[in-house]
Ligand binder design. Structure first.
Ligand SMILES: [Fe+2]
Length: 231
């Protein structure tokens, strides 16, 4: 995994997370978030739980954990993000400064590992790390956290509503077939990156290279008919 955290070695793998543990995490993250961001975070947890049922039931607890942790540094200032990058040894690329929204995904990993270590393993941290930009070769776990953040049901932005409908319409037609369900997910991922990139272009904003890489990766899976290889 890329530089998602810095200090210390990899976290041990988490096998199971109980409802009581998730409730405790839900309480403990509360001070890290504004009221609005907390409601969004709970909505991402619900959404990723539904996506987990469809695609990765054995990792549903971990997906919910990543959802609860994904925005814990979002309310920090740009200066504080930079301070945390220095503190956690996170490399700041020139492109990060041009696209500052990406910082919180990196610093959230550092803070999660520092303050919520018992809820972190490499997979959970990678879900947090890549929830904003995506990246070429992203995993199914990372994809579900990313998508839940985009389509959770409190989002009212046009693109979010359109993407939510696109995804649920597509999966409702899968007929219980795993390949069609994976195809629906992969097509939704392409569409999400297309919409993000179109918006950034219309605003004349910088596009993070990882976002372009993610879009091309999912397009490649479709064109080579390897949607089932998203693992
Ligand atoms: Fe979020």
């Amino acid at each position: 995994m890329e530089n998602n955290t810095s200090r210390g070695q990899s976290a041990r793998e988490i096998i199971n997370i109980t409802e009581d543990e998730l409730s405790s995490l839900r309480e403990r993250i509360r001070p890290y978030l504004t009221d609005k961001r907390y409601l969004h975070t709970l909505a991402v947890e619900r959404e990723v739980s539904a996506l987990g049922d469809m695609f990765l039931p054995e990792k549903k607890g971990k997906l919910r954990c990543a959802a609860l942790l994904h925005d814990i540094t979002k309310m920090l200032s740009f200066e504080k993000q930079l301070q945390y990058c220095k503190y956690f040894g996170i490399i700041v690329r020139n492109s990060d400064v041009l696209s500052p929204k990406v910082f919180h995904a990196k610093t959230a990993c550092g803070v999660a590992k520092r303050d919520f270590f018992e809820f972190c393993d490499d997979e959970i941290l990678s879900g947090v790390r890549w929830h904003t930009t995506g990246h070429y070769g992203m995993t199914l776990f990372e994809s579900l956290v990313y998508l839940a953040d985009y389509i959770e049901d409190t989002r009212t932005f046009d693109d979010c509503v359109r993407l939510r409908k696109f995804f649920y319409d597509a999966v409702s037609e899968d007929g219980g077939n795993k390949t069609s369900r994976m195809r629906a997910l992969v097509c939704t991922m392409v569409k999400s990156f297309d919409m993000t990139i179109e918006n950034l272009i219309s605003e004349g904003a910088f596009i993070d290279g990882d976002t372009v890489g993610a879009r091309n990766y999912f397009l490649e899976l479709i064109q080579t008919k390897k949607e089932n290889e998203l693992k």
